[in-house]
Ligand binder design. Structure first.
Ligand SMILES: C[S@@+](CC[C@H](N)C(=O)[O-])C[C@H]1O[C@@H](n2cnc3c(N)ncnc32)[C@H](O)[C@@H]1O
Length: 252
């Protein structure tokens, strides 16, 4: 099995917290997103008691630990040591993609540290796997649910990542993504987000609910529920609630 060795992490100074999370002995540690109020809807409202869930793009692991509390056995997945993120290849010579890759390699380790610190303090039994989202390990134990929380828009090829999950034949796929507030029921639209002006390094796609539904349909999954929710973003310069949709799909 491809599971990672747990890391012993003591200090929050060694961590980058993506999620706000309550930790025994430390209290509330603030991250870039606070999902606590919307966690049930973020997870599509599904019953995970006794289910094995793959949390794709676990970051600091808030969703993993929440799923565990709800009775799931969780495998947390995130990017490998190479931190080979899909950075947008802007042509402008002043755009230094190598510097981005270099800083990503450090950030990935700090992010992982936040997961393992929380994992230890919460006495989590979740197992972690690191690797390539387009090539999810085929030797994982059979999964009941694959969760894609806020990751597909950061990938150059979100359909390939969904295909990699569908190959593992989970009965349920849950996608939670930022979406326009009124797009439920809209057409299958993908908004290509990078421009030479915004230089977004890895915000690739705004995907409509209709687009994600159609991708899932192609892969043999029917959408059975869509929820609208407003998680709290705490990132500098954009503090506030932002609209998301969670989509639950069942294998035909
Ligand atoms: C925006 S965060 C979402 C965190 C969490 N799933 C949530 O919904 O709150 C995206 C996560 O996906 C991971 N990620 C991004 N690109 C990836 C890739 N190509 N392979 C594996 N993980 C990736 C990042 O490291 C990060 O942990």
């Amino acid at each position: 099995m491809p599971f990672a060795e747990p890391r012993h992490v003591e200090r929050t100074e060694d961590c980058l917290f993506y999620h706000s999370i309550e930790l025994p002995g430390l209290g509330l540690v603030e991250g870039l997103w606070d999902l606590r109020e919307v966690a049930d809807d973020y997870l599509g409202g599904i019953d995970v008691q006794g289910k094995r869930v793959l949390d794709v793009g676990t970051a600091s692991g808030f969703l993993t630990f929440t799923l565990e509390r709800k009775g799931a056995e969780v495998i947390s997945f995130d990017i490998g040591d190479d931190a080979n993120y899909d950075f947008v290849p802007y042509a402008d010579p002043s755009y230094d993609i190598e510097a981005l890759r270099e800083s990503a390699r450090k950030r990935v380790q700090d992010l992982r540290n936040s997961y393992w610190l929380a994992h230890r303090l919460l006495a989590s039994k979740a197992r972690a796997v690191y690797g390539d989202v387009y090539d999810l390990p085929a030797d994982l134990p059979q999964l009941d649910v694959v969760l894609f929380g806020m990751i597909l828009g950061h990938l150059r090829d979100p359909f390939a990542a969904l295909h990699a999950a569908a190959r593992l034949t989970p009965p349920t796929i849950v996608i939670t993504n930022q979406t326009a507030e009124h797009d439920i029921g809209s057409g299958p639209y993908a908004h290509f987000m990078p421009t030479p002006e915004n230089r977004e390094p890895n915000a690739w796609w705004g995907l409509s609910v209709g687009c994600l539904t159609q991708m899932l349909d192609v892969l043999g999954y029917d959408v059975v529920d869509v929820r609208s929710l407003w998680p709290l973003c705490l990132a500098e310069g954009r503090v506030g609630k932002e609209h998301c949709s969670s989509i639950v799909a069942k294998r035909r």
